[in-house]
Design a protein around this ligand. Structure first.
Ligand SMILES: NC(=O)C1=CN([C@@H]2O[C@H](COP(=O)(O)OP(=O)(O)OC[C@H]3O[C@@H](n4cnc5c(N)ncnc54)[C@H](OP(=O)(O)O)[C@@H]3O)[C@@H](O)[C@H]2O)C=CC1
Ligand SMILES: O=C(O)C1=N[C@H](C(=O)O)C[C@H](O)C1
Length: 275
């Protein structure tokens, strides 16, 4: 069913690396309208969101008034959507508030705990409100994860390396955590130890995620977002790798999520569920 009116979209974290990209994408989508752009960075307050994003004037000034913006979105004829690319420390509260206002969250911000996601799922269920939490919006990563699940049927040894720019707040990445979870869901324990290991430097063997899977996090300027899943067996290594070179790669997934979340009545986690 097509919507009669454009979907009103509020972007939280509008001045950030992802927020600016989302503003460009929403401005270019004929079935969406940018209703609001929120950011708490005082340097961008009142600046035009479109100019900041580099897509021309949109006459949407950046505001730090989060709740009034949600209230405005809730009054639109068409269900409002809040896209959140902010920070792990605030995303839980923002998503809860959006659901309370009846505004549908599309969440790209990573770093929430399993408990926080579970709480939000229960809250969205009670409110019969759609919510999408997507640790990675790129189609390439969905394909990598599917290939990893396939490979894990045949390999008992696997480690994950995720590599990101050095402005990233959370480690390991939300995508690496999700990848480990997908492999763990197959019900087997990986990497049975052959020797008693001793870390001579704490953290040398990375972090231990679910079912024996280790995640190693690299942070360097010059990187954007990259992930390797390395399977090992006697006499062979099978490596899956995904590299991003531009944050535009996430935008088809973000626009799809904005369209899909208005049709949902509960929380859904992961891009693969809406493809
Ligand atoms: N799901 C996916 O596919 C992807 C997810 N991400 C995730 O998205 C999140 C954001 O990434 P990125 O854009 O690179 O980060 P940035 O730091 O570039 O952008 C975040 C923006 O949000 C602002 N901000 C932080 N907290 C608040 C708040 N409470 N209210 C309003 N504005 C706020 C920041 O302001 P200030 O700088 O002043 O604090 C900044 O302008 C991260 O968690 C990252 O891991 C990133 C890429 C893809
Ligand atoms: O901070 C980033 O940049 C990214 N964060 C997400 C994550 O933590 O998985 C998605 C992607 O890796 C880029």
């Amino acid at each position: 069913m097509t919507n009669q009116y454009p979907i009103p979209v509020v972007v939280n974290g509008a001045a950030g690396k992802m927020g600016r990209e989302v503003i460009k994408a929403v401005a270019g989508a004929s079935d969406m309208t940018l209703l609001g752009a929120i950011d708490h960075n005082p340097e961008v307050l009142d600046k035009d969101a479109g100019e900041l994003a580099g897509c021309g004037t949109l006459e949407v000034p950046i505001t730090n008034q989060f709740e009034p913006m949600l209230a405005m979105a809730a009054q639109e004829r068409q269900l409002g959507v809040m896209v959140d690319f902010t920070h792990p420390s605030t995303v839980y509260d923002s998503v809860r508030s959006a659901i309370a206002y009846g505004v549908r969250p599309v969440v790209g911000t990573t770093g929430m705990s399993t408990q926080q996601i579970q709480d939000l799922a229960e809250f969205a269920e009670k409110a019969s409100t759609g919510c999408l939490i997507i640790p990675n919006f790129s189609i390439g990563m969905v394909l990598l994860q599917q290939a990893a699940v396939q490979a894990s049927k045949y390999f008992d040894h696997v480690e994950i390396i995720e590599l990101h720019h050095n402005q990233k707040a959370d480690a390991p990445s939300g995508t690496a955590v999700q990848t480990a979870k997908l492999l763990a869901e197959l019900g087997k324990t990986y990497n049975p130890p052959l020797v008693k290991e001793e870390e001579k430097l704490a953290g040398a063997r990375g972090s231990l995620a679910e079912e024996g899977i280790r995640i190693h996090s690299v942070r360097l300027p010059g990187l954007i977002a990259h992930q390797e899943v390395i399977f090992g067996a006697a006499g062979q290594i099978y490596t899956l790798r995904h590299d991003t070179s531009d944050r535009a790669c996430y935008m088809p997934g973000v626009l799809l999520a904005i369209r899909q979340v208005t049709q949902l009545k509960s929380l859904v986690y992961g891009l693969e569920k809406i493809l």
